[in-house]
Design a protein around this ligand. Sequence first.
Ligand code: ADP
Ligand code: MG
Length: 701
Amino acid sequence: MTANFLQTPITYLKGVGPGRAETLQGELGIYTYQDLLNLFPNRYIDKTQYYKIAQLQRSNADVQIVGKIINIKTIDQKKGKRLVATFIDETGKMELVWFRGQKWIRENLKLNTPYVIFGKCNFYGGIFSMPHPEMELLQEHKNSLKIAMQPIYPSSEKLSSRGITNRVISKLVQQLFIETKANFSETLSENLLEQLKLLPKSESLLNIHFPKSQDLLAKAQFRLKFEELFYIQMQLLIKNLLHKKKIKGFNFNQVGQLFNEFYKNHLPFELTNAQKRVIKEIRHDLGSNAQMNRLLQGDVGSGKTIVAVMAILLAVDNGYQACLMAPTEILANQHYTGIKELLDTIGVRCSLLTGSVKKSARKPIHEQLENGEIKILIGTHALLEDKVKYKNLGLAIIDEQHRFGVAQRSKLWHKNKFPPHILVMTATPIPRTLAMSLYGDLDISVIDELPPGRKAIKTVHRYDSNRLKVFQFIRDEIKKGRQIYVVYPLIQESEVLDYKDLMDGFESISRDFPLPDYQISIVHGKMKPADKDYEMERFVKGETQIMVATTVIEVGVNVPNASVMIIESAERFGLSQLHQLRGRVGRGADQSYCILMTGHKLSTEAKTRLETMVRTNDGFEIAEVDLKLRGPGDIMGTQQSGVLNLKIADIVKDNDILKTARYYAIQLLKDDPNLEKAENKVIRNIYAQLIKYKNIWNYIS
Ligand code: ADP
Ligand code: MG
C-alpha cells in the first residue's frame, strides 16, 4: 500500500463519521489512515490466562475468571441503586457490580450457570468486586474465536464518553487493515531485515495490532522499536557527519615539543588507561581537519584536569591559544593554581582572568591576548566579555558544562574567524542511553576509571535521632586533622524555611563545636560574593574545620583534606545532587565518609535514593537509577531534544535496542555515507522524508 493512500483522511474510513473524526483528531491526533495505523497499543491483555478468585491481587490489571452467580440483589444508595451479584468459583467469592443498565442485566443474567467474566477488580470491605464486567457464558466463550492477546489502545475520558471504546478503536483498525489489504511498503533495507532477522513491515504492523502469539508480538515490537530508534540515530549521526564536513577546524597536525616534553618527563603520576584513551580520542579529533565538539564525561575526581592540560599543550604546540572557562571564581582560581603548577614544570606561562581581576591588571591581559603573547587563559565568564579578543583561539575548554547556557557557548564560538575546537567537561554523568540519543551529534569521551589508590567513600544513612553519635564522629575526625562539610538543602519554594534550617543548624553546631577549639565557616546564597569567597578561602586554607553551607559548594570545590560530608535533610535532595555533594570529599589519601541525615518519615522514592547512595559510588549507575525514578523528562536538556516523543520505544527500557540501532546506523554510514548504494534506497527515501517532515512516524509506513 503506498504512502499516498495512507494519507487518506480518517473520515473516509468506514465507521468514522465527522463526529468521531473530530474526537479522534482532538484526543489522539488521528487525522489520516496512517495516524491510526501508528496508534500503537499501550499494552495487551493476555486472554489465554484464567485467574482463580483466591489468586486476585490488589493491582489494576484486568483479569479473566470462570465462575457462576449464586445470587443477585439491588442495593439502595444515596444516588440511585446498584445491582450486586455474588460470584463464586471453587476457591472463593467476589462481587459483580452494576450502576447502569440494571434492568437488562437482571433480566438476562443466568444464576448458577458458568460464565467467563473479564475486567478490573477493586477491593472494598474485605472483598474483591468487579464493576461492569465483560461477561460471556462459558459455553459460548469456548466456541468463539479469540485473539490471544487483546490490544489496549490509549484512551481518554472524552473518548469513552463519546462511545469510542477500546473495542471501537480495535474495530476501526481492523477496518483499516481490510481497506489497505494489510499490505504496507517496507521501510527498512533488505540488508537490515536479514542481518537482524527482523519481521517485515506488514507483518509487524499486523502483529502489533492483532498479535497472533506472544512470540510474534515480541518480534513485531522489536522491529518497530528498532526502526524508530534507528532513524533517530541516522538523523543524529548524519548531522554529525555534515557538521564535520562543513565546519573546518584548525588542524593541530603536530604533536609537538611541549606535549612530548610534558608527557615524557613531567607527568605527576601515571595516567589511567581511561585518561590515555580519552587523550588519544581528543588528539585524533584535533588532527582531523574538522572542528572538534567533544563532551568529556568523568565522575568527580576521575582526573579530567590533566586531560585538559594535554589538550591545551597540543594547541600551543601548533601555534594556537587555548582557554579554559569555569563556572565560578573559586573554581577558576583552583584550576589556575593547579594548572600553573603543572605548566611551570615546562616553563609555559598561563594567565588568569576573572571578575575580580582589577581593571589595571586587565588591560595588559587584553593586550597580550590580542597580540598572542598569552597562550593560555583560565577564567570565568569574564572570558566571554566583548573586550576579550584573541589572536588565534584554537581550543576552548569549558568545565562543568551544565552551568553554562547554550548562548554562552556559542558566544565563545563566535569570538573567532573560525570556531575553535570545543571540549566540554562535565562531572554530571548523563546516562549513556540518554547521552547517545541527546548528543548523538556530539562526540563523547568517558573517563570511567578512578586513579589508583583512591579509597571508596563510605556512605551511611543516619536518622536525626542519632545526631549525638554523628557529632562525636565529627569530633574524632577533626582530632585527626580532617575537615568537615555540613550541607543544608536550599530549595526555591521554601527558601525562607530552608534558610532558617541552615541558621538553626549553624547555631547548634556552633554550640557543640565552640570557639576557640573549633572554627566554623558558613556559606550561603544570601551572602555577598566577596564574603562567600572569603569564608570559602578560610576553609580551603584549613583555617576552619567545619564548613556549614547550602548547595553552593556543590560545584567542583577541591579541598583534599575535607573527608566528611554530612548532608542534612538528605531525603530532600535529588540523586544527582547527592552524588555531586559527596564528590566534594574523597579527594585525598584519607578514608572519606558521607553521612546522609534524615528524619524517620521517608517516601519510597526517598528510600530508594538513599539506598542507592549507600550502595554505590558509581556516578553512571546513580544516573541510571535517577533516570528510572524521575523519567527522562526531568533530566536537563531532554525537554527540547524531542527524544521523548517516541511512539513505541522507551529510552530507558529499550536501552539494548538503542545500542543495536546506533551500531547498525554507524555501520551503514561507514559503508555508504551518502546513502548512494542501491541497497540503501529505501533508507535514503525515508531519511529524506524525515528531514522534510520532522516526524518519524509520518513517513515510516
Ligand atoms: P576531576 O575529574 O574531578 O576534575 P581532577 O582532575 O581534579 O578530577 O583530579 C582529581 C585528583 O586526582 C587531582 O588531585 C589529580 O591530581 C589526581 N589525579 C588525576 N589523575 C590521576 C592519576 N592518573 N593518578 C593519580 N592521581 C591522579
Ligand atoms: Mg574538575
